[in-house]
Design a protein around this ligand. Sequence first.
Ligand SMILES: [Zn+2]
Length: 458
Amino acid sequence: MFDLAIQGGTVINADGRCKANVGVSEGRIVALSAEPLKAKRVIDASDCWVLPGVVDAHVHFDLSQGQGADADRTCDDYVSGPRSAALGGVTTFIDFAIQKQGRRAMEEIRSRIARAAEGSCIDFSFHGGLTNANQSTLDEVASLVDLGVTSFKIFMAYKKWGFGVDLGFVMQVMREAARCGAMICVHAENDEIIESSRAYYHELGHREMIYHSLSRPPVSEEIAMLDVLLAARETRCAVYFVHVTTEGGLKEIAKYRRHGLSVFAETCPHYLAFNDSVYAGEDGVMYTMTPPLRPPGHSEALWHGVVGGDIDVVASDHNSFSAKLKHKATGFFDVAPGLSGTATLFPYLFTHGVDAGRISPERLVALLSTHPARIYRVPNKGKVAIGYDADLLVVDPRKTFTARAADLMMGEGYTIFEGQQMKGRPLFTCCRGEAVVEEGRFVGEAGRGRFLKRLPVS
Ligand SMILES: [Zn+2]
């Protein structure tokens, strides 16, 4: 007798699909069978797909963006953020513990693990964010890896906010990370190009949102990526580029990968869905994030990477600000950059990828579950297989819904997909065998999520 059986569905993994009943005991998948299974609870998944839960490798919950009195706070925390994620099929998130100036990286990580353990309904892990460019930060890398934090975020931009570091320190981190079995994840925008063009447009008196895009041109991403790719060649450190937005940047990543570097590319739904023409609209401010939306042509190149394999992961970069806070901006130079998105990640890619005929359901699973779990060395996630955690989604591929921030429990956040018809909202979701979503409604429990200790990168 199993604890749970999901009967009659088509199980979809990154490497293929089959008709199978899934048996779950003590939070793990213990049977995949053509025979009906006896269980305390049986879910009928006839005509539905059964997929591994989404591993959203890029979220920011409970973030204070900026320093001191200038900082903007996101409008979710470790209860509401994971709850909204779960409604969209996310069963594991990886957030960022970004070191504060003058504080140890370990302090931030420990404090975030404690808060997430108390609040989250789903499992979680953290990337470390190293911002204090000094020896004592480098000395912490080994002990952070021991704790299960095996990736470190580096900002090439945002020096003014106390996040960005110079290339010399990036190389030192890369050497130490490679030595300790860790990788780096990089926000690749060249700070000098951006700060000087922002100042230039500001001085000319421009306020319009299109300058958010014009002051952060595509070449600023390409230059930052090239710097890091050459540093990776020298240090042999594995690199994961978060939110890749440009055709040129993606081409460079693919080129260096062909040369044998361990380098990965992530993009986000907003870069696939929109271009910078939306900044001319009345609600242009609602589409502000960094890097910005790009001129026409880049989205198509990114889709090409999603379909063809140059993009490894699609993640949300969820960073939820309220519409009220967005509208406080007096110009392009003081917007709070970031968007909600973890709840719409799976439905967006399901609708515009699978349902639109661009990608197979297997590729969807690879991009959202299997690859992020494998690249970031998250044990027992990202696959429907015996021995893996029972993080499962039941999805009716024909059923449509209207995307609404309120239904997706985004709190004060909003969605740029508001009102769009989508598919792929899970009917049933379980995390380690326990239901978090039933009939599309949230039934999870705060505090049942666990910190996932990740393995060293080989
Ligand atoms: Zn981010």
